[in-house]
Design a protein around this ligand. Sequence first.
Ligand SMILES: C[S@@+](CC[C@H](N)C(=O)[O-])C[C@H]1O[C@@H](n2cnc3c(N)ncnc32)[C@H](O)[C@@H]1O
Length: 350
Amino acid sequence: MSSSAAAPLNDGRVQDRIENYSQFWKKDLQKEEDKDNKNRLDQYTDVVNGYYDGATGLYEYAWSQSFHFSRFYKGEAFLASLARHEHYLASQMCLRPGLRVLDVGCGVGGPAREIAQFSDAEIVGLNNNDYQIHRARKYTQKMGLQNQVTFVKGDFMKLSEQFGENSFDAVYAIEATVHAPSFEGVYGEIFKVLKPGGVFGVYEWVMTDDWDPSIPTHKELAHRIELGSGIPEMRPMSAARDALTSVGFTIEHQEDLADRPDAIPWYYPLEGDIRKAQTFWDYFTVWRMGKSGQFVSHNAMWLMEKVGLLPKGTYDVGESLKVAGEALVAGGQTKLFTPMYLVVSRKPKA
Ligand SMILES: C[S@@+](CC[C@H](N)C(=O)[O-])C[C@H]1O[C@@H](n2cnc3c(N)ncnc32)[C@H](O)[C@@H]1O
């Protein structure tokens, strides 16, 4: 996949890479010899950007401006649970007024705005996707938070080049660094831009310690998550732990929050079972995720793409989101996958 012939749309999306996303995976599935995922690791920027150019509108429509999962209390509304998940990370990291904080892979800025309001810290959101930055700035301006929350374009594999070393008091990443071609690479860059004594908090997508890639069904599950979510390579939890310590971090706290004995599992909205909706408004969210909701939105997308209201390839990216939804639920039910491996680590004082 090459972006050289890419046709930019006027909102930051790039036509060719959305179309190429599904083509890329079709080819990838046929390439038995690419056992080490070399193509995907080499081309992570275009693969991930193609995915988000196509998926962002759907994420916002079906989920919210926060593109992550969360735990649920009984009776807790969907949006309240997303916010609580963000507050939890901020409180574990002790974010507070006066700190300059980097949000790595910030999406359209839902968590950055929420964490800024919760902690009073200054947040810089970093994202490699123009379309999402464009939307993040618009929403932030609308909320009047533009002096506290700003957004910059950049690749999280090159943070030190962009910001210089020792430039942030704290860094967090919510369900984003899984898109990196290697955990060592992205965590190493985060380590460099943190000031000595600074804290890094992450909710990481990983396969749990029960996952065994030598078992074909386990390997296939990881592959379906990769394909459906624009991920170059799903890795085990131990890889995240090892990478953090190998780049120099001291791990202060780690926990798979999906392992808490919650009555309502994190993946319940994806199951599309409206009987599980926790509040009246959540019926709509859960319906949108279910079969009838998907039928409506996917047909609408097909039509909008045909009449030119959506860029070509968006429908196919939507199809891959269906694959993701099913795979993520299966991963959650079998506890082979978690989207909320929480690790709080610190850069030692010099
Ligand atoms: C699942 S979304 C999570 C977004 C956000 N953290 C949230 O919770 O709403 C993953 C984000 O990582 C960003 N991303 C992926 N690869 C990146 C890279 N190499 N550099 C910067 N951002 C990247 C994507 O553009 C997307 O915004």
